[in-house]
Design a protein around this ligand. Structure first.
Ligand code: PEP
Ligand code: MN
Length: 405
């Protein structure tokens, strides 16, 4: 673990002071601290990637989700890479996002807010610092190359400037797609790498993306990530795994949503198919009783990952469906609004998750296993999941104040 260090080149002084000395989990060990400072300074002098107005727009949309009058669909790659971020790939992912959103909208008769895991999802937390090959674990293209050599895995801070440029180019495709499809599209990523996020904070907004979240591995209540996101004016998310207790969730809600503003905080539960109906109810009840109008999102991916005998990380479609069904059942039983889904998918024809309509089997995984990190649903699997969710939504009770169409 490292600590947020001084001097603070490129970072707003008040922000730097509030984070100084706080524990920062999952940060790379940059070999050259002088170079990191140079890069932070350069990032701090560049224009923001997104605009405060757009961020406020998303807050307005998420307010509607929190009040039960809309749904949120968040999804895209687990890890975006510099090389795979072609216009074709970005468009395929956005098409999948928008197509799934349409299915949910038609079924629910509610607006669906589409938020990509896109244009910033370049940093990965890792459970193990060293992989089974003896090399430092891959922490995302923003840190180093995925190539399996010690030299390639050396953290290189200049890659943060490449990430900025790739994000900007990707945002160009996002904006063009939004214009062509007359859809609103928002961006999001895990706000993990502090040396990248901090210089892009301007006037209290984190302008590396519209929506930023804290991951399961960096949600130390007293740590730097919570300290950063609590002061941002963006809507923020927090991943919650099965080990979290209700008192902890309330402490997070007090820290991240002190004013109880609907849409400010999205709690993303990723419990696993076997745990969701056991763990989630007490959390939903506690948060509701405390009066935090959060958005509850279901991430049915990260609690359902396993490694095959051949060493590939995968997820079975049926486990993903089971967690989604459990999540909807819990919210229905508690008369709580099921805010939507957080998914890892791509529009590309990959073979990374098992099962689904084509009943993808373990021995087929290597055919087109292209992910840089976690296994993604392919386009067909994502749409099939959205169709199943659409069926659940069509059975849901109509909220009292919903406008009938
Ligand atoms: C992710 O979203 O890719 C991720 C690492 O999730 P979590 O923090 O929930 O494990
Ligand atoms: Mn992932």
């Amino acid at each position: 673990m490292t600590e947020v260090s001084t001097p603070y080149d490129g970072i707003e002084p008040g922000l730097a002071r509030s984070l100084a000395g706080r524990a920062a989990d999952q940060q790379p060990q940059w070999p050259d601290s002088g170079q990191v400072r140079e890069v932070r300074k350069a990032l701090g002098a560049l224009p923001p990637l997104v605009e405060p107005d757009e961020v406020d727009q998303l807050t307005d949309r998420l307010t509607e989700v929190a009040l039960g009058r809309a749904l949120l669909l968040q999804g895209g790659d687990c890890a975006e890479t510099f090389a795979q971020n072609t216009p074709e790939h970005v468009r395929a992912n956005l098409r999948t996002l928008l197509h799934c959103a349409t299915l949910l909208r038609v079924a629910s008769a509610l607006p669906v807010v589409p938020v990509g895991r896109i244009a910033g999802q370049y940093a990965k937390p890792r459970s193990e610092p060293v992989g089974s090959d003896g090399l430092p674990s891959y922490r995302g293209d923003i840190v180093h190359s995925a190539t399996a050599t010690a030299e390639a895995r050396r953290p290189d801070p200049r890659r943060m400037l490449t990430a900025y440029a790739v994000a900007q180019a990707t945002l160009g495709v996002v904006r063009a797609t939004a214009a062509e499809t007359h859809a609103e599209l928002f961006t999001s990523h895990e706000a993990l790498l502090l040396d990248y996020e901090l210089p892009l904070v301007r006037a209290g907004y984190g302008l590396s993306g519209h929506f930023l979240w804290i991951g399961e591995r960096t949600r130390n209540l007293d740590g730097a990530h919570v300290a950063l996101l609590r002061q941002l004016r963006n809507p923020v998310g927090l991943k919650l795994g099965p080990g979290v207790r209700a008192e902890q969730v309330l402490a997070y809600a007090r820290a991240l949503d002190p004013d109880r503003r609907p849409g400010r905080l999205t709690l993303i539960s990723r419990m696993g198919a076997d745990r969701v109906t056991e763990v989630l109810p007490s959390l939903v009840e506690a948060v509701a009783t405390a009066g935090h109008p959060v958005v509850w999102l279901c991430d049915p991916m990260h609690g359902n990952t396993r490694t095959t005998a051949a060493g590939l990380k995968t997820r079975h479609f049926d486990r993903i469906v089971t967690e989604v069904e459990g999540y909807f059942a819990v919210h229905r039983a508690l008369n709580s609004h099921p805010g939507g889904l957080h998914l890892e998918f791509t529009g590309d024809d990959v073979t990374e998750c098992l099962g689904g309509r084509e009943n993808l089997r373990e021995e087929q995984l290597p055919q087109r296993y292209l992910t840089a990190c976690d296994p993604r649903l392919n386009g067909r699997q994502a749409l099939d999941l959205a169709r199943l969710v659409a069926k659940i939504l069509m059975r849901r009770p109509v909220p009292q104040d919903a406008v009938q169409v």
